[in-house]
Design a protein around this ligand. Structure first.
Ligand SMILES: Nc1ncnc2c1ncn2[C@@H]1O[C@H](COP(=O)(O)OP(=O)(O)OP(=O)(O)O)[C@@H](O)[C@H]1O
Ligand SMILES: [Mg+2]
Length: 257
């Protein structure tokens, strides 16, 4: 059962020049809930992700975290508030090791003897990176291995593991199963389930509808910048989901009907 509403957007809009990418979208995410965000190419999913992750300021609308209205000036603001986002290109640094990637931008420095001579606590980070990844069910060969030596699927697993390990409230995954084999995609879905179990709110974006149907509690369908359907996953099957996305199934009451 999902908990309290942790993250919410009300009536957010975003335009790029004359293109209306988001048109009054509202969304509520509960603790321990997985929402699937779906829609055709250009529907506005990534734009909504960018508003939620602090990468874009909406032109209108409100954002609430734990019931308090917030406004993000940068992705760092949202990150510091406990919202992790995994963008389509995961942003791992190939020349760094697994543990360095897990701690990228959050490197731990130990105080030196003189107090001001800091050095990175390398072993501590390796151990903790390993523990963090294991906790979410990722078996990475060794956290001191360079990411360039991992397969695409293993890299993706590290990127997701990193997000889940750091997220304190919300995790947003933009197409995390893209380009993965069936087994690796299955592992990513397991990680999403682990994140849910930890009580995180998860937003999962994917065009692979069987994955969405398998792992989500609720599905939100975007069409041309508008949320046209927001319902429990149990109310959909493959056909109704496709119909809702493409618009062959009527979702919005037309004025005068
Ligand atoms: N930086 C930008 N400048 C201008 N228009 C943009 C920009 N980013 C997105 N758009 C437009 O905004 C609309 C929504 O795009 P968005 O990337 O949010 O769609 P999406 O649902 O993520 O699609 P996809 O499934 O292809 O990733 C589209 O019409 C797109 O062309
Ligand atoms: Mg997109």
């Amino acid at each position: 059962m999902a908990g309290e509403v942790i993250y919410e957007v009300k009536n957010v809009s975003k335009r790029y020049g004359s293109v209306v990418a988001l048109d009054g979208a509202s969304l509520k995410l509960h603790a321990g809930e997985v929402i699937g965000l779906v829609g055709d190419n250009g529907a506005g999913k990534s734009t909504l992700v960018k508003v939620l992750s602090g990468a874009h300021k909406p032109d209108g609308g409100q954002i609430f975290l734990d019931g308090a209205e917030r406004s993000w000036d940068s992705p760092r603001d949202a990150l510091e508030a406990g919202i992790e986002t995994l963008y389509q290109d995961s942003g791992l640094a190939p020349h760094l090791t697994v543990s360095q990637n897990v701690f990228l931008g959050r490197e731990r420095v130990k105080k030196g003897i003189l107090g001001w001579f800091g050095f990175l606590a390398k072993k501590d980070m390796e151990h903790e990176a390993h523990r963090n990844l294991e906790e979410v069910g990722i078996a990475v060969p060794a956290s001191n291995r360079s990411v360039s030596q991992l397969s695409g699927g293993q890299r993706q697993a590290v990127a997701i593991g990193r997000s889940v390990a750091w997220a304190r409230k919300v995790i947003i995954l933009d197409e995390p199963t893209n380009h993965l084999g069936a087994r690796q995609a299955g592992e990513v879905l397991q990680i999403i389930k682990a994140a849910k179990k930890k009580g995180l709110g998860v937003i999962f974006i994917s065009h692979t509808l069987p994955h969405v149907l398998e792992v989500t509690d609720r599905i939100v369908v975007l069409r041309l910048g508008r949320i046209v359907k927001d319902a429990p996953t149990s109310e959909f099957d493959g056909d109704t989901l496709v119909g809702t996305i493409t618009g062959t199934i009527q979702t919005i009451k037309v004025e005068g009907d």
